[in-house]
Design a binder for this molecule. Structure first.
Ligand SMILES: [Zn+2]
Length: 284
């Protein structure tokens, strides 16, 4: 992941200050707990001294204009590295998982996140989080962005290494979508909208533009996000380094194709580069 680092909460001002000055409007947070030991229910996810809650508070304080989203999942915080709570036999306990994810989402919202974004793909977690936000009196104040069509992609490797969330055993194919599963992706998008999501997301982005176009047709009145994942970022850098093309041209074409397919919001590691490029005319 060229130019990508984990940042300590105490260095957020140094990281974000120059970007906000250049027009950065929103961020999404992923926590990497380093001080305390992980357990099997992901207690550290909503630890008040943990990285996400600390970062939400700090960023709201330092940069009042910045829109703060927080990824909601358990895999960065569980000792087994799975996105939910497990039965004894290692299978997902869906009921306990969506309860726990709800608690984490509500804790982030209470800490000041404008948006909570569950990325776990457990059944019923959008409805559970929606109920939790309503019960906490946060319904009208917090946006719920659902990772709806999240595929079991080969392109998540660099991220998992960066946040140390690779599953200790098994894989995530039982709760993420197989790459060929267009029908399941379409159903997941509609289901999450019906369960109360405010933004629907497709992930990864580039290899799934058809799903993004499907989302535009299925939920035309919703904001639609796509996530250009770590592997996509790494591939474009590798291509540029190998002399395949110019990095800026490759990246601009990739994000333009996402907008063309129906995205209204793009999550990308190229944001700092794009902020520069948007202000810099192309050469002769
Ligand atoms: Zn996860």
């Amino acid at each position: 992941m060229p130019n990508q680092y984990r940042w300590g909460v105490h260095r957020l001002s140094e990281l974000l200050g120059p970007l906000v000055e250049r027009g950065l409007a929103s961020v999404i947070l992923f926590g990497v707990p380093t001080l305390k030991k992980k357990d099997d229910v992901g207690t550290l996810a909503d630890d008040v001294d943990g990285p996400v809650i600390q970062a939400i508070r700090k960023i709201r304080d330092l940069f009042p204009t910045l829109y703060v989203a927080a990824d909601v999942c358990l895999c960065e915080y569980t000792s087994h590295g799975h996105c939910g709570i497990l039965h004894e036999d290692g299978s997902i306990n869906n009921t306990l998982s969506i309860e726990r994810l709800k608690d984490v989402a509500v804790a982030y919202a209470k800490a000041g996140a404008h948006c909570v974004a569950p990325s776990d793909m457990m059944d019923g977690r959008i409805a559970s989080i929606r109920r939790g936000l309503d019960a906490a009196g946060l319904a009208g104040r917090v946006t719920l962005m659902a990772y709806s069509a999240k595929f079991a992609s080969a392109m998540y490797g660099p991220f998992r290494e960066a946040v140390d969330s690779a599953p200790a055993f098994g894989d995530r194919r039982c709760y993420q979508l197989p790459p060929h599963a267009r029908g399941m992706a379409r159903r997941a998008i509609v289901r999450d909208a019906q369960e109360g999501a405010d933004i629907l997301m497709v992930k990864p982005a580039g290899p799934y533009l058809d799903i993004l176009a499907d989302a535009r047709e299925l939920v035309p009145d919703y904001p639609r996000a796509c996530y250009q994942v770590s592997g996509e970022y790494a591939v474009l850098h590798a291509a540029a380094n190998a002399g395949v093309g110019d990095l800026r041209a490759l990246v601009e074409e990739s994000v333009t194709s996402m907008l063309r397919a129906g995205a209204t919001l793009i999550l990308t590691y190229f944001t700092p580069d794009l902020l520069t490029w948007l202000d810099t005319p192309h050469g002769p």
